[in-house]
Design a protein around this ligand. Structure first.
Ligand code: URA
Length: 227
């Protein structure tokens, strides 16, 4: 008699916060499983992060404002929609860089900013070492890119800086989000929306996301973590 195979169905994740959107598209979920696998190469990891970022760009910009413009087709004049909103992609260094190319492929008209910021455990403070933002960023919507929302310290520091520059609408785009990070963002910045592919279980003692995918920067660039 043939052996019955019982495949486990994936559980659908549900956000318990109205400002969190989980991108449940099967292709995104499928690609995430490759990223979790510790045996894939950096080259494959980078490629998949880029592919997923393209899909996330699409999902996170569904509500961009448009207006009808007149276009002359080869046959006749018609009214057709064009995006009117200006927006900026801000990559949190270094892992956010992995998402930037994919995002820019879908949103080539976006301007780009970079922010280098990290939590220094020796001085117990957030250290900013690089910041370049487009001139008129305060009039733009911002998509803030960081593949991992762990403690939320870095994301909160980056959001605080963007707000100091007058940015009014910020969406944090992340592949994985830990409950602690989501809580921290929403306690400090209840208006910030989070788009993620997975809500993760917890952080370990070193601040790594579980089950997670390890250190995203190290996996993107094949480096060794020394902390
Ligand atoms: N940053 C990472 O790259 N990975 C984690 O698990 C947590 C923070």
């Amino acid at each position: 008699m043939a052996k019955k195979i019982t495949a486990k169905k994936p559980k659908t994740q549900k956000p318990n916060h109205p400002k969190v959107t989980i991108l449940t598209h099967p292709v995104l979920q499928h690609k995430l499983s490759f990223l979790r696998d510790k045996n894939i190469s950096s080259m494959a990891f980078r490629q998949i992060v880029e592919e997923m970022s393209q899909m996330m760009a699409y999902e996170a910009t569904r509500d961009l404002k448009m207006e009808m413009v007149t276009v002359q087709t080869p046959l006749e004049k018609t009214e057709s929609p064009k995006i009117t909103e200006t927006f900026t992609l801000v990559a949190i260094l270094r892992a956010g860089l992995g998402m930037l190319n994919g995002m820019m492929k879908i949103l080539p008209f976006a301007t780009v900013g970079h922010i280098g910021i990290y939590r220094d455990r020796f001085v117990n403070a957030t250290v900013e070492y690089y910041l370049r933002l487009p001139k008129d960023v305060k009039n733009h919507r911002v998509l803030l890119l960081d593949p991992m929302l762990a403690t939320g310290d870095t994301a909160c520091a980056a959001i605080e800086r963007l707000k100091e520059y007058g940015v009014k609408q910020i969406r944090l785009i992340t592949l994985l989000a830990a409950p602690q990070g989501i809580r921290k963002i929403h306690e400090n910045f209840p208006d910030v929306e989070i788009f993620t592919v997975s809500l993760e279980r917890e952080l370990n003692k070193k601040g790594y996301i579980l089950p997670g995918m390890g250190d995203a920067g190290d996996r993107l660039y094949d480096t060794v973590h020394h902390s």
